[in-house]
Design a protein around this ligand. Structure first.
Ligand code: PLP
Length: 455
């Protein structure tokens, strides 16, 4: 890898602070510069191809270089490259997208607020809940309950909802008023002899006990990813969502489904809420909404929430929240074309069918001595590596095996994600059966290398 100062690699090292990167190590190893993409593959500046088994950052539903999204963006750039949605202004693609999102989302959601990123969307959720409860004359009802290992973003409020140490340590997070429950990971948190249902009940009891200890009148919302992704791909135990939802309803706590990853087909249903039977008061979507060709996220809210917020905006004079690019016409035009493609090509059904093949393929590694657990749902899966299978013993240091496998993956032309020692897969929804086989074969080679290295 070239590190000549005036090369692209050298310029990268000299000028960029990379997200989610060890900045000191980056000075030594430099970047992998991705030049182009095609379908489920991307190519670096040496021409080497990689299967993008993570769809970028869990997000490129329709694959790379989809011409219809390029056309939609170009058409909109020519027609109206930018306008805002402040002070009663609007634009056609945003109006049409909002109508479409309301029509396709769970029943109670009736209004849409646009942001650029999932983090901004979850910050908006926190502010909406605070604003709403002030409007309703319940200023004490402000706390939000999340889970350990949840991922809801990295801004000050959303980073507080996130339950991962690396996003909080030395950032002085979380802020006050956020609580975290046990991660619903049966393999790690379940007890000897406990069934999944009993585990789910224990977690719902923990939730209720926390609500009672804090005072139900102080709890505004509970937020969860239907299936936790960035915290290590954790499908909830059977009956978890029904039980958690019942606690929310019992105490008038707003249920927020963070569908930033699960939205638009990832689990083989349109939303994770459909897959798990969740009936949210608020839903957050992003990523696969535009296949990340444009930055866009949306918060969908119930009528009940909207009525309170609207009345307060009238009292104050306006709803004093919004971004310069909320409802950006190019982003919303790309989203509309992207949703057309998902619908026309049956990509939700494809995710269900390819998901089954992926889960079976991953399960075939279950007996491997390094594999502690195989888990997932639909077209998202993971393999957790352990140093001792019987004792479920993590590696020391945690991440040692995952990091090595991740780097060997690059050598074998595979981009995966290592979350500690858990290897995640979340390929584009357009993936085919032979692509799944190719992806798993590349993974198998990287796993063999890792086993040799650790021996
Ligand atoms: N919520 C979930 C469930 C996510 O997975 C992510 C990003 O991975 C976010 C929110 C934050 O989105 P963004 O990175 O666009 O701020």
């Amino acid at each position: 890898m070239s590190q000549i100062p005036n090369s692209l690699h050298g310029q990268d090292i000299a000028n960029i602070l990379h997200p989610y990167t060890n900045a000191v190590r980056h000075q030594e190893v430099g970047p992998i510069v991705i030049e182009r993409g095609e379908g489920i593959r991307v190519y670096d500046d040496t021409g080497k191809d990689y299967i993008e088994a993570m769809a970028g950052l869990w997000s490129v539903a329709v694959g790379f270089s989809e011409p219809r999204l390029v056309e939609a963006a170009t058409r909109q750039l020519n027609a109206l490259p930018y306008y805002h949605t402040f002070t009663h202004k609007s634009n056609e693609p945003s109006i049409r997208l909002a109508e479409r999102l309301v029509a396709m989302s769970p029943a109670r959601l009736s209004k849409v607020f646009f942001t650029n990123s999932g983090s901004e969307a979850n910050d908006t959720v926190v502010k909406l809940l605070w604003y709403y409860n002030n409007a309703m004359g319940r200023p004490e009802r402000k706390k939000i309950i999340s889970r350990r290992r949840a991922y809801h973003g990295i801004t000050v409020a959303s980073g507080s909802l996130t339950g991962l140490p690396v996003n909080q340590q030395d950032f002085d997070l979380p802020i006050a008023g956020v609580r975290h429950l046990t991660c619903p990971h049966f393999y790690r948190e379940g007890r000897e002899g406990e069934t999944e249902e009993a585990f789910a009940k224990r977690l719902a009891d923990e939730f209720e006990a926390l609500v009672l200890a804090e005072g139900p009148e102080t709890i505004a919302g509970f937020i969860g990813e239907p299936l936790m992704a960035a915290g290590g791909v954790v499908p909830p135990p059977a009956t978890y969502w029904q039980k958690m939802q019942a606690v929310c309803r019992k105490y008038g706590i707003m249920l927020v489904a963070d569908e930033v990853i699960t939205g638009f087909g990832r689990l083989g249903r349109t939303f994770g809420s459909d897959y798990y039977g969740i009936d949210p008061d608020i839903m957050v979507v992003s990523k696969q909404l535009t296949s990340s060709y444009q930055p866009l996220a949306a918060v969908l809210i119930s009528d009940e929430l909207f009525e309170g917020v609207a009345a307060n905006s009238a009292r104050i004079g306006m709803f004093g929240h919004g971004f310069t690019t909320s409802g950006h016409p190019v982003a919303t035009a790309v989203a509309l074309a992207n949703l057309d493609i998902i619908e026309e090509r049956g990509l939700v059904a494809n995710a269900a069918a390819m998901g089954e093949i992926l889960q079976k393929g991953l399960a075939s590694y279950a007996d491997h001595p390094l594999v502690g657990e195989v888990r997932g749902a639909g077209l998202i899966g993971a393999i957790e590596l352990v140093s001792d299978k019987a004792g479920k013993t993590p590696f020391d240091p945690v991440g040692k095996a995952g990091r090595y496998l991740f780097e060997r993956g690059h050598e074998h032309g595979l981009i995966i994600r290592a979350i500690g020692d858990t290897i995640a897969f979340c390929p584009p929804l357009i993936i085919t059966q032979s692509d799944v086989a190719d992806m798993l074969a590349r993974f198998g080679r990287a796993l063999d290398d890792t086993a040799t290295y650790l021996r």
